[in-house]
Every structure is written in structure tokens, then in C-alpha cells.
Design a protein around this ligand. Structure first.
Ligand code: NAD
Length: 273
């Protein structure tokens, strides 16, 4: 039921997944199990979240065939460097209990460290030996992507960026699309902080018989973004999955686009580190 998007290396990624940022390590296996039971087949974790073991436990307990699952993890900010990037991936694979991940991302470019080019070469190495099927980046501005293009030979398959109706990232989405890079949206429903109470969303939700969260997730899907909303609450996990039986009109999408305020929840990538 969940559509897939074909990445620039031919790998297919489910457009909807389950994010596990801020899920307690001790609760992660149960929460991921609930998501898998609901039908999610794409899980987005990171070394930084400290919960890869829980993700791995839910996967192994589920009995779901490995090739039906899409698992993403991300390199921690203190792990930059060509060799370190691969060593850190090996540790992730141990914690996840997997022999490869589907997608490995540089979590933040950390431009003040200025090592993301050599880190990317480590990602190319890891892909060559089959430890990861696709490699990508997160929180990269065009200037960071331009450097990878000038100094390495692999275009990232995805760029995972903060993206929701208050930060619609029109220019960066266009840059990604023009370079064959799929856009993944983090905090797709704005971490639920006030965004979901906006009148624009309430009006569309009432007309379509859907919730504001479902309307926002549908807006992402119709824009072609890949999303992985997080929730600890089973009813919301199910609600966030139930977005493929309705469509927004062009006017709905334009009115949600107009909610943009260029307002970030997280840091500007150039200020991190
Ligand atoms: P999100 O936009 O998914 O919001 C999650 C919060 O919204 C929940 O904690 C809950 O309070 C609320 N919520 C969830 N479903 C709801 C519903 N149906 N109705 C009402 N409220 C609801 O925020 P997020 O967790 O920050 O982002 C999603 C995922 O993106 C993360 O879990 C993680 O995998 C990824 N992420 C990546 C980065 C990065 O730097 N690459 C940064 C942040 C998040």
C-alpha cells in the first residue's frame, strides 16, 4: 500500500516509514514492533538516538524477511573521517544485528570540522563492500553538496532535511530534485508543536474527514517527499499510516505551502558543532 520511490542507484525506498528519534532505548523494541504490526516496513534510526539495539530486536522478533524491510541509520557527529565512518557502521550493524543497512547517512555535515568529504569517501567504501545498499546525507546545504560533487564521484541518494509546513524548503527541494537526490523530511509534522492546530490544516482536515497530522503527511507524499513520523502512541502510529485513501487538491497543497515561515525547530546545519 505504501508507494516506493526509486533512488538514483536503483534502490526502492518506501515513501512512508517510522522514525525513532526520542524513543527511549528500553521502549524501542516495543514501539518498532507496533509499527511493524501496523504495516510500516521502513525504520529511520541513528547512532545518536542510542536505540539501534531496540530496532534490531524488533526486526529479529518480527520474522519479517530482511528484503521486505528498509533500515536507515546515521553516522554520529563525532565519527567523521574515512575509516571511522566505516568502523562506526560496523558497530551499528552489530547493534542492529544486521549484515547491511539499506541507507547510511552523514547525520550532519559539521562544516566547522570540515571532514565531510573524506567521510563521504568512507561511505563510498562501505557501499562497495555491501555493508550498505544506498548512501546519503542529512542536513546538507547546496554548498556542501556542491563540494561532494566536485571532489568525489558519488551523488548522494538522499538528503534528509528538516521539512514541514513552517519550513517548506522550496529551494533545497528543487536543488535536490535537479541533482537526482531524493528529499527526506525530518520532523514532518513539526514535532506536533502547535503546527497541527493551525486553521489552514483544520479546514482541510474537516473537509477530507482526516486529522491535521494526516493532512500534513499527505501534503508531503504528494510533494514526493519521503517521511517517517514518530509516535509512542499506537493510535497515532496507525493514524499516521492511514494516508493513502484520500488526495489533497492543488489548492490544498498551495494553501499549506503558504504556511511557510522559514521557521526551524532544529539548528541551522552551519551552526552545528
Ligand atoms: P515528528 O514531526 O515526526 O513529530 C513527532 C511528534 O508529533 C510526536 O512525538 C508526537 O508528539 C506528535 N505526533 C505524532 N503523531 C501525531 C498525530 N497523529 N497527531 C498528533 N500529534 C502527533 O518529529 P520527529 O520525531 O522529530 O521527526 C521524525 C523523524 O525524523 C525522527 O523520529 C527521526 O527518525 C528523524 N529526524 C532526523 C533528524 C536529522 O537531523 N536527520 C532530526 C530530527 C528527526
Amino acid at each position: 500500500m505504501v508507494p516506493t520511490i526509486k533512488l538514483n542507484d536503483g534502490v526502492a525506498i518506501p515513501q512512508l516509514g517510522f522514525g525513532v528519534f526520542q524513543i527511549e532505548p528500553g521502549q524501542t523494541a516495543d514501539k518498532v514492533k507496533a509499527a511493524l504490526d501496523t504495516g510500516y516496513r521502513h525504520i529511520d534510526t541513528a547512532q545518536m538516538y542510542g536505540n539501534e539495539e531496540g530496532v534490531g530486536k524488533a526486526i529479529s522478533d518480527s520474522g519479517i524477511a530482511r528484503d521486505e524491510l528498509f533500515v536507515t541509520t546515521k553516522l554520529n557527529n563525532d565519527g567523521h573521517g574515512r575509516e571511522e565512518a566505516v568502523t562506526r557502521l560496523d558497530k551499528s550493524l552489530d547493534r542492529l544485528g544486521l549484515d547491511h543497512v539499506d541507507l547510511y547517512l552523514i547525520h550532519w555535515p559539521q562544516p566547522k570540522q570540515d571532514r565531510y568529504v573524506e567521510t563521504w569517501q568512507g561511505f563510498e567504501d562501505a557501499k562497495k563492500v555491501g555493508k550498505v545498499r544506498s548512501i546519503g546525507v542529512s542536513n546538507f546545504h547546496p554548498e556542501h553538496l556542491d563540494r561532494l560533487a566536485a571532489e568525489t564521484s558519488t551523488v548522494p541518494s538522499v538528503n534528509q532535511i528538516e521539512l514541514h509546513p513552517r519550513l517548506i524548503q522550496a529551494a533545497l527541494r528543487e536543488y535536490n530534485a535537479n541533482h537526482g537526490i531524493a528529499t527526506e523530511a525530518w520532523s514532518p509534522i513539526g514535532q506536533g508543536k502547535g503546527l497541527l492546530e493551525e486553521d489552514t490544516l483544520a479546514t482541510i482536515a474537516e473537509r477530507t474527514g482526516k486529522s491535521p497530522a494526516q493532512v500534513v503527511l499527505r501534503w508531503h507524499i504528494q510533494h514526493g517527499n519521503i517521511v517517517f513520523p514518530k509516535s509512542n502512541t499506537l493510535s497515532r502510529v496507525q493514524e499516521n499510516f492511514d494516508i493513502f485513501d484520500f488526495e489533497l487538491t492543488g489548492d490544498d497543497i498551495a494553501s499549506i505551502d503558504r504556511m511557510n515561515a522559514d521557521q526551524r525547530i532544529g539548528a541551522d546545519p552551519n551552526d552545528m558543532g
